[in-house]
Ligand binder design. Sequence first.
Ligand code: ADP
Ligand code: SF4
Length: 688
Amino acid sequence: MTKENPYSVLFEPVQIGPVTARNRFFQVPHCNGMGHVRPQAEAAMRGMKAEGGWAVVCNQETEIHPTSDLSPFAENRLWDARDIPALRLMTEAVHDKGSLAAIELVHNGNHAQNLFSRAPILAPSDMSIDAPFPKQARAMDKTDIRNFRRWHRDAAVRARDAGFDIVYVYAGHNMTLAQHFMLPHMNDRTDEYGGSLENRVRLTRELLEETREVVGDTCAVAFRFAVDEMLGGDGMQAAEEGRAVVEMLAELPDLWDVNVADWANDSITSRFQPQDGYQNDYISFVKSMTSKPVVGVGRLTSPDMMVSMVRKGVVDFIGAARPSIADPFLPQKVEQGRIDEIRECIGCNICVMADSVNAPIRCTQNPTMGEEWRRGWHPEIIAPKGNEDDALVIGAGPAGLECAMQLAKRGYQVTLAESSTELGGRVLSESRLTGLGAWGRVADHRTHDLRQRGNVQIFTQSRMGAEEVLELGIANVFVATGSKWRADGIGRSTIRKHPKVDVNAAIFTPDDIMAGRMPSKGPVTIYDDDHAYIAGVLAEKLAVEGYDVTFITPESLVSSFTVLTLEQHRIQTRLLELGVTIICNHTILGVTPDYVQIACGFTGRVQEIAGGAAVLVTERKRETALYDALRDKGLRTLELIGDAAGPALIADAVFAGHMAARNFERSKTDVENEWFRREMPSLQMENL
Ligand code: ADP
Ligand code: SF4
């Protein structure tokens, strides 16, 4: 790196206690649905981040004891020495690429359900657990507190033995015992661990001191602390107790990793917080109160913003979870001045969704995320082409764009044909809806890449029929023609009893609204049987534009899928604030020009919602006409990919495009027989 590089400050080494990070890029702890169940997969994923230039690579919350059992979720686990070898896989993978490995030790208190261990649940005071389970946590007595401190010390020693360079004490996300003790609404103790802030911080202070005592000569001690709960006066605030905690503990850790609570605020989606660096206002005071390095996050993808944050003294380290998932090679690209190649996170939280359902991590922008070990995929490297020379990709939505880009990287002559005037497909239309602007990054990244390449020809306004395809004479064809929303109301809830839709009714689909075909002003009923974000976004748009909106869903929550992306409560709140009438647990029976008829999902009681237009958000129909017409035309390769093969998330379309490009010219038998490697439970009976 030359002195003139405007980003050189980001590549200065930084001392953290007894260890030194080679630059300022810090992958903060993040969950990934792999953990103790899939340790090889986690190790390879973390190793990839190190290869991409993240100087510090953390794992995720690591249970220190059976009383902090997060089952069924696959976090990391360090209950005893038998867990060390699985964690060592990660430290070795990270060290191998020259980075430091950090471990986030945790006791989850009443956030753990202990479903596997069936151990008692511990908390500062008697209280319900943090889940809708009929279970309560008990107030820890002095013996429990002594035990907890010992478990934490022992886990720190095991972490060092597993090869970790940095050991965390974790008081954040409203998920950990250390933080629970600090929060007055969770701590009504009258002993030296309750009452004054100093007393409520006592346990954290002990954890920090004792971690240093047992491993501090070789490992740095990091403290992850949520400075603000973002609840105003109803919670801990950066301006008050948050600041006081930093002041009290200022020099105790070797590193401050600061953020906001809870997880939905820390990892807020771009729909509700479009601004990168959105945590700066909360955390910027920390550096003035400690001489120790500070790491902060906030969906940081812009190197200019990173430099300014370091120069202004907001942070010493650029922290990232999601930006490092979307682009594990972000630091390397900055170092090499390849800024326009950064695959920017779009803030959709599909990565979070996977963890929330205990599936391996995935990412909308980075289809290789989570596939490093099991499929051997590298985010920046793909096998060169085989015997074939060219390929035609039809449809430039996320599937077609990703497929074309990867085929081009492999060295084929790629022709990309798109019927509309612009590239992007559904990503482009959706990105024009309120709050979804960042979705456009999926198309921008790929379009930009394709336009740089000499072996790619792009044709817009080129609707392809079978004849046009055959005229081109390209024998390898990938059909990514997408899907269209259906207008007949058929979907998940109406599969047994199709709704009766009067031909004279004013019916609209999301495609209509996104294309600007709007109902006439007045009442509009939205029926959501899709449950992801689209119906909620459309309801918001229509309400903002002055329509009188009624939102009907068979689910008990608006946009229920978005619980998994941490934004459901925000969506429902926003619709209520906009005056949208919400009717849950109701299924559509029919639509006439005068009313929408619905029935209660429990009693079957029928209601008629009077007047206006109906927007039906139920299912999509696959666009397969072109594929069907090409089937018997003797093409060497004919593949249907993306939403045309199976309507799903944008992340799935990108993944399908990537997979098709990787599999091109692989033998069909290999593709059939080798889905991916799996981590099998050991059946060995020794050392159990
Ligand atoms: P996916 O999510 O699978 O990528 P999209 O619906 O986002 O699917 O994109 C499909 C794209 O294919 C759209 O941009 C659409 O205009 C384009 N398309 C559909 N049929 C044809 C066709 N026959 N010729 C060229 N482009 C097509
Ligand atoms: Fe960002 Fe979405 Fe990828 Fe998560 S899934 S890292 S939020 S682009």
